[in-house]
Design a protein around this ligand. Structure first.
Ligand code: SAM
Length: 211
């Protein structure tokens, strides 16, 4: 299978139908990441098959948990999971935030290159970000312990919304330390095509929310 087929069949296994244009955009994103990676260290994952599984498919694996229309990706880094999700879900609006200017510069550039009209970038720390409108889903991948994620980003979530933490192994010890006012809504085991590693999505809501 070539790269395009690997990506499209992996996405289909996740329930995401990527048309050719969307799939080409995602591969273009990886090409551009490679170019920028020569100048600055954006990501340690540099082999194409791994980039497809660990960046693209891993990002897409959470697509069915993004209810609502306003999504924020906290600590997006080089744009993961936010950019692949924005390509796959054009009807939702994605705000990608990060505290590191150089990474966000890449994300801005990539969003322009891929003509993603549903992406906004904000250079900020999550804890000092005060958006005009809050978000239905607040997602993050690889931004540290869940406790910190909630403390930094809880205020970004609408009433009845969810915080979504993308994790590797089941994060048992992190779940024992949820800040007061928040509770575990669910943990979803994710299977990423081509990836022989555990993945979990932790869903957090406010303590008074109905499950
Ligand atoms: N989410 C991306 C991924 O999975 O490839 C990047 C993960 S990288 C390990 C963590 C990112 O979170 C960094 O780009 C860092 O600048 C950002 N970050 C850490 N703390 C942050 C905060 N309080 N607010 C916004 N961004 C933060």
């Amino acid at each position: 299978m070539n790269e395009l087929e690997t990506l499209r069949s992996g996405a289909a296994a996740l329930g995401v139908e990527l048309d050719e244009t969307a799939a080409h955009k995602l591969l273009r994103l990886l090409d551009e990441l490679d170019v920028w990676n020569q100048r600055m260290n954006l990501t340690a994952i540099r082999e194409r098959p791994q980039q497809i599984t660990k960046h693209l498919l891993d990002s897409l694996s959470v697509h069915s948990y993004l209810q609502g229309t306003r999504i924020v990706d906290v600590g997006t880094g080089a744009g993961f999971p936010g950019l692949p999700l924005a390509v796959a879900l054009p009807d939702k609006h994605f705000t990608l935030i990060d505290s590191t200017a150089k990474k966000l510069k890449f994300v801005e550039h990539a969003a322009g290159l891929l003509e993603l009209r549903n992406v906004q970038t904000v250079h900020t720390r999550a804890e000092s970000y005060r958006p005009k409108h809050r978000f239905d889903r607040v997602i993050s991948r690889a931004v540290g312990p869940i406790e910190n994620f909630i403390k930094w980003s809880g205020h970004l979530c609408v009433g009845g919304g969810r915080l979504l933490a993308m994790k590797g192994r089941y994060p048992a010890s992190e779940l024992e330390k949820l800040p007061s006012g928040w509770k575990l809504a669910a943990v979803h085991r994710l299977v990423v095509p081509g990836l022989d590693e555990e993945r979990h999505l932790v869903e957090i809501c406010r303590s008074h929310d109905k499950l």
